[in-house]
Design a protein around this ligand. Structure first.
Ligand code: B1M
Length: 214
């Protein structure tokens, strides 16, 4: 059998949002000797790229994207220790979180999973993340991007505060900042000096790739 015969079930399980099938298909592919990078790139990453495309075409909606992202995650969990061993190149590190005072995390989790699906290493700080915590995590992890999510109009200013804190620490040139969340707009992103805004998880992947120039 060809590599492709073991990749197709992974791809289809992710598109179907079937986490147990995705996990099983990844295990079979590895047992059959398909290289880890091929499983990642041609199975999981390509499937998530297709999910993103279907979402943009209004064929998939948030629930479908969530179950696909979970299926991708279950396959990725098996690959992670193996990828660390072979030192597979990452697209870059992204520190992500929901800003201080804000506990909404569904959209942020989706963005994080889509970024992982696209090959980024994601350090998820969770919710209620202060500007200091974002900046410290970016430094500690040598992150290329800080990604902030806010769902409340009252917590959006914390995004600006994080950028200010980055500037105060003399780090603004080293770290790109992307923002998103239902009340956030392009204009707001520009006003606070962010490097980019995206309205949904699939365009967040495009934006992150653009910011790290891949
Ligand atoms: Co709350 N809530 N909530 N809530 N909640 C909203 C946001 C609200 C609009 C509802 C309403 O009144 N119509 C309103 C905000 C009003 C405002 O500020 N303008 C609101 C409020 C008021 C509150 C409380 C204050 C209610 C109260 O206690 N009185 C409270 C605040 C708690 C707090 O955070 N401190 C509260 C609490 C909660 C729950 C805990 C019950 C729950 C959150 C559970 C959780 O997240 N674990 C909740 C929920 C579920 C919602 C709604 C219904 C749904 C949010 C959601 O998950 N959407 C929401 C109403 C709504 O948005 N229609 C509402 C689905 C998700 C996939 O979309 O998060 O937009 P979203 O993410 C998208 C994009 O925005 C983008 O990509 C994602 C995927 O496409 N995106 C990014 C998001 N982050 C990004 C980051 C990026 C790029 C793109 O780069 C880094």
């Amino acid at each position: 059998m060809e590599y492709q015969d073991f990749i197709v079930p992974i791809y289809e399980a992710v598109l179907d949002g079937n986490a147990p099938a995705a996990k099983a298909a990844v295990e079979v592919a590895l047992l059959e000797g398909v290289p880890v990078e091929v499983v990642l790139k041609e199975g999981l990453i390509n499937a998530m790229a297709e999910v993103g495309r279907l979402f943009e075409e209004n064929e998939y909606f948030v629930p479908e994207m969530l179950v696909s992202a979970r299926a991708m995650q279950s396959g990725l969990n098996i690959l992670k220790p193996l990828l660390a061993e072979i030192g597979a190149p990452s697209a870059g590190r992204v520190v992500i979180g929901t800003v201080k005072g804000d506990l909404h995390d569904i959209g942020k989790n989706l963005v994080g999973m889509m970024l992982e699906g696209a090959g980024f290493e994601v350090i998820d700080l969770g919710t209620d993340v202060s500007p200091e915590k974002f900046v410290k995590a970016a430094v500690d992890n040598d992150a290329a991007i800080i990604g902030m999510s806010a769902l409340l109009t009252t917590t959006m200013p914390s995004m600006g505060a994080t950028i200010k804190h980055l500037e105060e620490q003399g780090l603004r040139e080293q770290v790109k900042v992307m923002v998103g969340g239902a009340p956030v707009t392009d204009g707001f992103a520009e006003q606070i000096g962010a490097d980019g805004y995206s309205p949904d998880a699939s365009s967040a992947v495009r934006l992150a790739k653009f910011l790290v120039e891949i």
